[in-house]
Design a protein around this ligand. Structure first.
Ligand code: HEC
Length: 124
């Protein structure tokens, strides 16, 4: 019974999310789940971007350009969600930032974006 209610609430919330996405498409991507994003980040991104998202992962030393520091408002300036999405999906050609199009599903990318936004440098 409770399960059914929760499911209904979820459905209503999803529909609302889809609607608000349609109306405010410029505002944000469909909201990802930051908790899931944290796991995806730890498995795929920490080696370069670091546990704290500061661009100082174990593989980052001497890397050119440096992995983006997600805690820095200066480094994240001008990077909106569309660009985050594009860079993670397609990579940044000519840099160690590879494409995750084959490694991650679209939903995973939304989730990892929601997590990256929590490091503090990103401003809506
Ligand atoms: C092999 C190292 C490496 C890994 C692994 C890696 N990155 Fe990166 N990432 C980089 C580097 C280097 C840059 C800087 C590229 C630049 O300056 O254009 C970067 C830049 C970025 C940017 C900023 C792109 C922009 O538009 O300026 C985002 C967002 C990002 N990475 C997300 C991720 C996510 C999410 C993952 C894991 C799914 C990940 N990265 C894994 C090295 C890495």
């Amino acid at each position: 019974m409770l399960k059914g209610v929760k499911f209904t609430l979820f459905t209503v919330a999803s529909a609302a999310a889809v609607f608000s996405f349609a109306f405010f498409a410029t505002q944000s991507w469909a909201a990802g789940d930051a908790a899931k994003g944290e796991k995806i980040f730890k498995a795929n991104c920490v080696v370069c971007h670091g546990e704290k998202g500061n661009g100082q992962g174990p593989a980052a030393a001497g890397m050119t350009p440096s992995p983006r520091n997600f805690t820095s408002a200066t480094e994240m300036k001008g990077i909106d969600e569309a660009r985050l999405h594009k860079s993670i999906t397609e990579g940044r050609p000519g840099t160690p930032m590879v494409s995750f199009a084959k490694t991650l599903k679209a939903g995973d990318i939304d989730d990892v974006i929601a997590y990256i936004e929590k490091f503090g440098g990103y401003k809506k």
